[in-house]
Ligand binder design. Structure first.
Ligand code: NAP
Length: 346
């Protein structure tokens, strides 16, 4: 049995705190509820939007369809060997709790991804990453409930087109179904990864020479708390833009004009440029206009100071992207899912 609410308020369903509505809204705690939703005839033809924590979405208009809060829970070990463990988690598990549970069980690998907002189901969609690790390295596969057929099937990680903060789940598979479960292949023995500069520097300052996975977990939590505004206090959706990836030869030309431009290798002939650096150079860090602004501690995070509309946030994002384009000739693309997608015109 599912309960559909007409004109569902979305303010508490997105961490930007945007007070839009959806034509219908519902909360599902069981897969059978999701399947029964797929069968509801009156909904056929309406777009369906599965939402976890709503931490990576910007509603620019009322949503003309059904928003489904996926609250499926559960974490279990499927199989283990001396070196690895296959772990399955339901899509609605809060990501940070999942990371902590894995560490408590002695399942290692995800500790650098501590405190990322959102749910387990969102992790493969955006191929979340932080502090030198991305979830693709540990992903085994995802279970999808197909809207049309109401059937469940598994997709192996190799078929998800996982790339830098991207996957087929947020492009061609977006309207195909709802993620219900995710499987991860984790390590039974600690393999701490502390090379990321900010992480290495913090551990060095704290004189942690041989960090354990828990040391990494706590250090990452501290770094994130210092640099990122808490959405409960200052509504936001984390990084608003992706770090642009550009041809290496072009970046070298830019470097001649801007010798301090940070560049990181990204594949054979490409480099990644931190979007936050570009935005800061254009003078936006800490900028505020009425209800909207750019976080004082991080130029990549757009914030809602209270009562902002999606359109206001979008307008600011467009101005930022335009100024980066005019100065550097680099196109910034949103990491946040903007709804409707065509509202994004830099
Ligand atoms: P930072 O250390 O100020 O560095 C800026 C950017 O440069 C980062 O986004 C990072 O790209 C890149 N970078 C720095 N050192 C690198 C290296 N050695 N190799 C490759 N890339 C490097 O970054 P920050 O903003 O404080 O963020 C720290 C970490 O948390 C980053 O990994 C970032 O992705 C993650 N983060 C995620 C979110 C989110 O909402 N999704 C928000 C903030 C931060 P990468 O982003 O590719 O790592």
């Amino acid at each position: 049995m599912i309960r559909l609410r007409r004109l569902q308020p979305l303010k508490s369903w997105n961490t930007f705190g945007i007070a839009e509505t959806a034509t219908y809204g519902t909360v599902c705690t069981r897969v059978e509820q999701l399947q029964s939703l797929c069968r509801r005839r009156e909904l056929h033809g309406l777009p369906l939007l599965p939402l976890g924590a709503g931490s990576n979405v910007l509603f620019a208009e009322p949503f003309p369809g059904v928003v489904v809060r996926v609250r499926l829970r559960g974490i279990r070990c499927i199989a283990e060997s001396a070196h690895e463990v296959l772990v399955e988690a339901a899509a609605g598990e809060p990501w940070h709790n999942f990371v902590r549970t894995c560490l408590t069980q002695g399942w290692y690998g995800l500790e650098n991804l501590a405190l990322i907002p959102g749910t387990v189901g969102a992790a493969p969609v955006h191929n979340i990453g932080a502090y030198g690790v991305e979830v693709a390295e540990f992903l085994e596969g995802v279970e999808l409930l197909e809207y049309e057929s109401g059937q469940l099937f598994w997709l192996p990680a190799a078929e998800l087109g996982l790339g830098y903060r991207s996957s087929r789940l947020r492009t061609e598979l977006l309207g195909r179904g709802i993620l219900t479960r995710v499987r991860f292949r984790l390590l039974r023995r600690p393999h701490p990864r502390a090379e990321y500069p900010a992480l290495a520097a913090l551990l060095e300052r704290e004189r942690v020479r041989h960090p354990t996975p828990w040391d990494i977990f706590h250090a990452v939590c501290r770094l994130r708390r210092q640099r990122l505004p808490n959405p409960r206090r200052l509504p936001n959706a984390g990084s608003f833009f992706r770090n642009p990836i550009v041809p290496a030869c072009w970046a070298q030309e830019l470097r001649q004009r801007y010798p301090e431009l940070p560049l990181f290798p990204a594949g054979a002939d490409s480099v990644k440029i931190p979007a936050a650096w570009l935005i800061e150079q254009c003078g936006w860090k800490g900028y505020r206009r009425g209800n909207v602004g750019v976080a004082p501690q991080h130029a990549l995070v757009l914030v809602n100071y209270g009562g902002a509309s999606g359109r206001e946030i979008l307008q600011l994002a467009r101005e930022i992207a335009r100024s980066v384009w005019e100065r550097f000739r680099i196109r910034l693309e949103p990491e946040v899912l903007i709804l409707p997608a065509q509202a994004w015109q830099p």
